[in-house]
Design a binder for this molecule. Structure first.
Ligand SMILES: Cc1cc2nc3c(=O)[nH]c(=O)nc-3n(C[C@H](O)[C@H](O)[C@H](O)COP(=O)(O)OP(=O)(O)OC[C@H]3O[C@@H](n4cnc5c(N)ncnc54)[C@H](O)[C@@H]3O)c2cc1C
Length: 356
């Protein structure tokens, strides 16, 4: 139940497959703490879990009656070209990539760039998963939850979810664990909406056509983009069923411009005046520097430490290299990476992965 493959035990594990079963659970009587998991692909269990682990098997994908769910869209005048959104309700226990596959087969646009991200639909709305220039918040309409404190159902419009980079109100320490996501309504589209501006995605997609320009735009389908993205991800990232990991282990640090200039000046001294440190300027004058670049500069790429290792194709990913690594080995490697990045760049790295 955890893609890092930590061999740990929980005192109690409960799985429910309907909202009715969820409501029947006496939350106040469960062994504490209570942790709701999805696919366990953003978690590092640091030892046996002394409380209750819950898991949803609410599995359905349903196109909603748009007029029923969106009264305003029933009465709006539709021009020939404009397509109303297709609202799709998806159970929290559906594997997110199964949903992407379903959407691609239905010819629905919106989640193709998020293909092959491990995990389930409930967690996608908690994590605000993102890849290749798309975040799931871009297509979420409403998140439906069970409030385990008030014992009632609540719904959050996307504007109420406090979405930020891999963040939402559901991760806020004050409410963390209170809301169990039961299903999510997504707004997809039958109108072609390719989002290819991220990195070399456009080149990779057009390499499938004979003419390498935009003249083939009409031939683009969500299924083709999905196929290309899966191929890129398979080449770069460890396959969770083969090599355990939780994807990107660290957040990309954000530093003040003066600190970035220092980092770049030192890099130019080392690699020559033409060298450019990869970075992303933020609107507030701060600079986001890829943690992967820093980790690589510290010589960690591909290095092993006991059963743990830094993935050789993507140094942001720590892996359970031997398949039987202990949590302490992953944590030890994490600590040493944080120390060396701090020593070399004066920058503190923070884990993206939830330590349980
Ligand atoms: C190889 C690899 C590649 C990855 N690539 C990406 C990527 O490109 N982009 C990206 O954003 N992430 C990526 N990830 C991280 C991970 O896939 C996402 O964070 C994903 O959303 C986790 O889903 P999960 O179902 O496994 O959730 P878990 O890891 O089990 O849980 C994550 C959080 O969601 C909460 N949660 C789970 N289900 C529910 C529910 N029903 N109700 C309330 N809370 C719930 C948990 O309590 C926890 O806080 C990658 C991971 C791996 C292993």
């Amino acid at each position: 139940m955890n893609t890092f493959g930590m061999k740990v035990k929980a005192r109690c594990f409960m799985e429910y497959d309907s909202v009715a079963d969820l409501v029947d659970i006496e939350f106040s009587e469960l062994a504490r703490p209570v942790l709701h998991i999805g696919g366990g692909s953003n978690l590092l269990f640091t030892g046996d879990f002394k409380g209750t682990v819950l898991h949803s098997k609410i599995n359905f994908i349903e196109i909603l009656d748009e007029c029923h769910s969106e009264p305003s869209s029933c009465h709006s005048e539709r021009s020939e070209e404009s397509f109303p959104p297709v609202l799709v309700s998806v159970g929290a226990g559906v594997v997110f990539d199964d949903f992407c596959d379903w959407a691609a087969k239905e010819g629905l646009w919106g989640v193709e760039n998020l293909s092959y991200i491990p995990g389930e639909v409930g967690a996608s709305a908690v994590q605000n998963i993102g890849a290749y220039g798309v975040e799931v918040k871009d297509v979420i309409r409403t998140v439906y939850c069970y409030d385990t404190l008030e014992e009632e159902f609540v719904k959050f419009d996307v504007s109420e979810c406090g979405y930020g980079y891999r963040d939402s109100i559901f991760k806020n320490p004050e409410v963390k664990g209170r809301y169990v996501v039961t299903h999510v309504v997504f707004a997809l589209s039958r109108e072609a909406q390719p989002k290819l501006d991220y990195g070399h995605l456009k080149d990779a997609v057009y390499s499938h056509f004979e003419r390498k320009d935009n003249s083939d735009e009409n031939a683009l389908t969500p299924a083709l983009i999905r196929k290309v993205i899966i191929k890129i991800r398979q080449e770069k990232l460890p396959e969770p069923s083969v090599v355990g990991s939780a994807g990107s282990f660290f957040k990309n640090p954000v530093v003040p411009m003066e600190q970035f200039i220092k980092i770049e000046t030192a890099a130019k001294e080392e690699f020559g005046s033409d060298y450019k440190v990869p970075h992303y300027d933020l609107p507030d004058g701060m600079v986001k520097v890829p943690a992967a670049w820093m980790i690589e500069q510290c010589g960690w790429k591909g290095r092993r430490s006991g059963g743990a290792a830094v993935w050789d194709k993507q140094p942001l990913v720590l892996v359970n290299f031997t398949g039987d690594a202990y949590p302490e080995e992953i944590i030890g490697l994490e600590r040493r990476i944080i120390e060396s990045v701090k020593n070399k760049f004066g920058v503190g790295l923070h884990p993206e992965v939830d330590h349980i």
